[in-house]
Design a protein around this ligand. Structure first.
Ligand SMILES: [Fe+2]
Ligand SMILES: [Fe+2]
Length: 280
């Protein structure tokens, strides 16, 4: 049984907002996140198609999708407060016009239901880590409170998908290695168009043309430096748990070190790009 979030947008401490503490680079990542989150219903519809004979999971996926939309709505409102010139509806329409998933598919694009659930787990590892990092990094009190609230939801989403992942891995006889591979392939895919295009839709001027590599680097230059070693380590722990491998082990310590070094390399690569061209 899925436990839903019990908060509403009006419950958040909007009065804490301090415009002088808004960080322009962090705000760009918040705007991009708002657009991705707001499209959550497409994914829940797709999941309901893929798991059409599992009413328990479908009910959980529908509640999950509504929570993701609420995250998008919350972050969109925050972005409008921090930048009154930001037109959320326009940015969202721009994002949908260039990037959308085929929500009508009835077979998982991951090849199996286990693969699908592993991909969803990986996304929740990413979002829970991202909002935790953002909550620590920002000095703006309202954004800090919003990110803590959303991060709690994302950890709960991870637990939900992880419990179904275990169930389906047994049913479909997918090994721990198979699960780990599915998680890693979604992690590699994180460097795909979804976030980069959302970053472009939210932040580029009207005349700018989308350049995939450029906007991946722009997004990474703003988002990746937010992560601390502890947050990376925790993300790796969640991946180990979802795969069925023993967390807090020597293998996990090694994987964490590898992930941290990879992150530093990506930050260096992202910083090579000159960021002051079209976005300022
Ligand atoms: Fe979310
Ligand atoms: Fe989530």
């Amino acid at each position: 049984m899925y436990r839903r979030a019990h908060w509403k947008i009006g419950d958040l401490p909007w009065g804490l907002f301090e415009s002088s503490r808004v960080d322009a680079e962090i705000l760009k990542t918040v705007k991009a996140a708002a657009l991705v989150e707001y499209g959550g219903l497409k994914y829940s519809q797709y999941l309901c198609n893929v798991f059409s004979d599992d009413p328990d999971f479908k009910s959980a996926a529908q509640s999950w999708g509504l929570e993701e939309v609420q995250h998008g709505d919350t972050l969109g409102r925050y972005a409008g407060l921090a930048d009154p010139g930001f037109d959320f509806n326009r940015a969202y329409a721009r994002n949908v016009s260039g990037f959308s998933i085929d929500a009508d598919k009835t077979e998982s694009i991951r090849g199996s239901r286990t693969g699908e659930l592993a991909a969803r787990c990986m996304v929740e590892v990413g979002t829970s880590s991202f909002y935790t990092a953002l909550a620590v990094a920002t000095n703006e009190p309202l954004l800090k409170a919003i990110c803590r609230t959303i991060a709690t939801d994302e950890f709960r989403h991870y637990s939900m998908f992880s419990s179904y992942l275990k169930r389906y891995a047994e049913r479909e006889n997918i090994s721990r290695l198979g699960r780990a591979k599915a998680l890693l392939s979604r992690l590699i895919e994180a460097e795909d168009d979804e976030l980069a295009f959302a970053y472009f839709s939210a932040n580029a001027s009207e005349n700018d043309i989308y350049d995939r590599k450029k906007y991946i680097r722009f997004y990474e230059a703003d988002a990746l430096p937010l992560y601390s070693p502890d947050i990376v380590r925790h993300g790796v722990t969640l991946m180990f748990k979802a795969s069925g491998f023993r967390p807090y082990s020597a293998g996990e310590a090694l994987a964490s070190r590898f992930a941290w070094n990879l992150l530093q390399r990506k930050i260096r690569e992202a910083n090579i790009y000159d960021k002051d061209s079209s976005l300022e």
